[in-house]
Design a protein around this ligand. Structure first.
Ligand code: ZN
Length: 454
């Protein structure tokens, strides 16, 4: 008697970070149990004909901020509409907060309400009191901690003393440092000069946050990390010069991982003129030359992750630009925007896309091969992607509570048709069928594997 499947995907093209394969894929319980041509349908509870479709491992969005308009449950639902099956959230410990408590609360919130499997990063705003909490916090299954090298006048800044102290602790305990890499003091001065007073204008936003400051901060963070050999993750890389700094650190043998985001890969600073504060993101969306360099960096393996940096904030486009928050809604469009911009232009291969959206996030955060691939024994986190479906993104068909998208009226070719997590349906016919609370907490681990590149 042949093997029984709860789910059987027939006739699809399987796309992973290691290649493309025409094969059927069988699922039993929560796991992928067979990958082979012509698997028998007789004993399958449900058969999905994936002819003409791509089957990707579930997208893993490692950069989500569920602390503004969209909460943990919202973010997991919104992400699921776009084909994402796992999310890693930032639990921010602000001034006066306990890091341990904030991380504990977010894990409990996710266990109660998340529709998707989720992990958590710690986010440190008051280093002097929160850095000493890192070791206790790591026992919860949280091994990655973010520090701000910017936002000095807001008081979120971590100075070099505290940053190197944290890196020392993280290196000893198998953790990883993440830094928002921009020069805080420099930006504070330029904001005072260009974004305050009678001549202040949104068009000076990029002038106030030069790429030189991003490059300088990456260089500095990398050289601090070098001392204790602390793994270092640079989220939201935006500039050609920033890629250069990462390349240099890699050539010097440092363990450094670079991430960029769809907004930097598909928009330019013109968006500030068009959308004002809605496009205010730190670091900023930069020039076409920078965008080209980010694609090249992805191709070359200098950048290895694309994630959303979803930060859904209400903004007053007519208000004082300087007072408006940083960030934009991105978690829903991560996969379709990146897919369309990468694949339909020939910038990246399908295999490279699977690497930067799924396999490398899993490898870097110690989740591979349970997540990030389609292998026998892996979780059945699966996206069936229709490469022929056209979709026009507008605020009306998006699900973030902020009610706008930077991709207004953008037409993309290719859209997620359905998704599954650990064998359970998540997205079907454009609707979310997963229930709040069915997502599991995924502890990240120090078992970090180097990213792959084709
Ligand atoms: Zn962020």
């Amino acid at each position: 008697m042949s093997e029984q499947f709860d789910l059987l995907f027939k006739n699809g093209l399987l796309i992973t970070g290691s290649g493309i394969q025409r094969a059927d894929l069988g699922v039993r319980g929560e796991k992928i149990t067979a990958i082979a041509p012509d698997l028998p349908v007789e004993n399958a509870r449900r058969v999905i004909d994936a002819r003409g479709k791509y089957i990707f491992p579930g997208t893993i969005d490692v950069h989500v901020h569920p602390v503004y308009e969209d909460n943990v449950e919202d973010c997991s639902r919104i992400a699921a509409y776009g084909g994402t099956t796992s999310v890693l959230h930032f639990a921010y410990a602000k001034q006066g907060d306990s890091l341990l408590q904030k991380v504990t609360e977010m894990i409990e919130d996710g266990q109660a309400h998340s529709l998707l499997d989720f992990g958590v990063h710690g986010g440190i705003w008051e280093a002097a009191v929160q850095v000493p909490e890192i070791v206790e916090t790591m026992k919860l299954g949280v091994t990655t901690f973010k520090f701000f090298m910017t936002y000095l006048k807001q008081g979120w800044y971590t100075d070099d003393y505290q940053l190197i102290k944290a890196m020392d602790i993280l290196a000893e305990h198998g953790g990883m440092a993440m830094v928002h890499a921009e020069n805080g003091g420099g930006i504070d001065y330029l904001e005072d000069k260009y974004l305050k007073g009678p001549n202040a204008h949104a068009r000076y936003f990029n002038t106030s946050r030069p790429a030189a400051f991003e490059e300088e901060a990456i260089f500095r963070a990398a050289r601090l990390a070098e001392v204790f050999k602390t793994p270092l993750y640079i989220p939201h890389v935006t500039a050609a010069r920033a890629v250069r700094a990462i390349r240099l650190a890699m050539e010097d043998g440092l363990r450094i991982f670079g991430e960029t985001c769809p907004q930097y890969l598909t928009l330019t600073q013109k968006i500030i003129d068009e959308r004002g504060a809605l496009a205010k993101i730190g670091p900023p969306i930069r020039t076409q030359e920078d965008q080209d360099a980010l694609w090249q960096g992805l191709k070359d393996g200098i950048l290895n992750v694309v994630a959303s940096d979803h930060a859904a904030k209400k903004k007053d486009v007519n208000g004082d630009f300087l007072m408006q928050g940083f960030g934009s809604p991105q978690v829903e469009t991560l996969m379709p925007i990146t897919y369309d911009a990468a694949i339909n232009t020939g910038r990246l291969s399908l295999v490279r896309l699977a690497q930067v959206l799924s396999e490398n996030p899993a490898r870097i955060f110690g989740l591979y091969p349970r997540k990030g691939t389609l292998q026998v024994g892996s979780d059945a986190d699966i996206v069936v992607y229709d490469p022929c479906r056209e979709y026009t993104i507008t605020a009306e068909n998006q699900h973030s509570k902020v009610g706008y998208t930077l991709y207004e009226n953008r037409k993309v070719l290719g859209w997620p048709e359905m998704s599954f997590q650990r064998g359970r349906p998540v997205l079907e016919n454009g609707e979310i069928v997963a229930e709040p609370g069915c997502g599991q907490f995924m502890p990240t681990t120090g078992e970090r594997l180097d990213p792959v590149v084709v």
